[in-house]
Design a binder for this molecule. Structure first.
Ligand SMILES: NC(=O)c1ccc[n+]([C@@H]2O[C@H](COP(=O)([O-])OP(=O)(O)OC[C@H]3O[C@@H](n4cnc5c(N)ncnc54)[C@H](OP(=O)(O)O)[C@@H]3O)[C@@H](O)[C@H]2O)c1
Length: 260
């Protein structure tokens, strides 16, 4: 498989209105072959439109489009999957590669310990945002591409993970459980679809709205004072190198701080 970035590609990025996802689109747009198409997904239609407009000015040869979708709402997620299928199934022959970056994520009830997680509605909403929609989007992506031969179109799925998928920390029942579940779901998907390139990337502690929320709400907020925060650009650059080298084992997890 030659470098992902040399191919005209169709790239979906969830959670791309701000933070790490927005930076992924920005940095990938610099790298990907001209006439690639970027599909930005998050709740805020205004932020998405603003991002697309700015990106179109900087990258004249790419296409940028967006879908506003609240991943916590099952009806929204179903509509997103249907719309993606309707809008892109007739255009796949234009691309040599398709990439889904599952980046959207929320922290959940980090102000509570496990003993206080007693609101089933909040738990269900969290699961829908962070794991059910993730599984549904993986499915929609693979179904969309199914009619096209692998020789004509590469498939890539990148799960944005976290150190919390492997290291337990207090008051992270929801966040840590779904990050671990997402990695395992990807490993299962990889066994079932050996020709798809998949990776769980743990980006390190980032300066974003999510880290602000952690610093203000988390029961263990003191711990965050000693963390060495990265810029989103630093971490996306590392992801770009990993994808460019393309030496990783399918569905493995790579952390920003891993050597090699
Ligand atoms: N920040 C860190 O230190 C850190 C460390 C390790 C891993 N990560 C992971 O990196 C990823 C990105 O994190 P970040 O720091 O960039 O977070 P962030 O700044 O809070 O941004 C989260 C993104 O997800 C979208 N989003 C949130 N809820 C959504 C919903 N219900 N439906 C659709 N989109 C939704 C947001 O857009 P809208 O508000 O417009 O919907 C936004 O674009 C996450 O998976 C996170 O777990 C972050």
């Amino acid at each position: 498989m030659s470098s992902l970035f040399l191919k005209r590609s169709l790239i979906f990025v969830t959670g791309s209105s701000r933070g790490f996802g927005k930076e992924i689109v920005q940095q990938f747009a610099k790298k990907f072959s001209e006439s690639s198409c970027f599909v930005l997904i998050s709740r805020s239609s205004e932020a998405l439109k603003e991002s697309c407009d700015t990106l179109k000015e900087s990258f004249l040869l790419h296409e940028f489009t967006s879908y506003a979708c609240d991943l916590s709402k099952t009806a929204d997620v179903s509509a997103l999957c249907e719309n993606i299928s309707k809008d892109f199934s007739g255009k796949l022959s234009q691309y040599k590669s398709a990439l889904l970056v599952q980046n959207a994520g929320t922290l959940g009830q980090i102000e509570k310990s496990a003993v206080d997680l007693d609101d089933i509605g909040a738990l269900q909403e969290y699961m829908c945002t962070n794991i059910s929609s993730y599984i549904l989007l993986n499915s929609a992506f693979l179904k969309l591409l199914k009619p096209v031969d692998y020789a004509e179109l590469d498939r890539w799925i990148i799960n944005i993970s976290s150190i919390c998928a492997t290291v337990p920390m207090a008051s992270q029942t929801e966040y840590a459980s779904i990050k671990a579940a997402r990695e395992m779901a990807l490993r299962v998907l990889q066994i079932e679809n050996p020709k798809v390139r998949t990776l769980s990337y743990s980006p390190g502690p980032l300066e974003t709205d999510m880290s602000d929320e952690l610093r203000s709400k988390w029961t263990q907020k003191e711990a965050t004072k000693s963390w060495n925060y990265l810029t989103c650009e630093q971490s996306v650059n590392k992801l770009v190198v990993i994808l460019e080298e393309n030496k990783f084992e399918g569905a493995c997890r790579i952390d920003y701080f891993d050597r090699n």
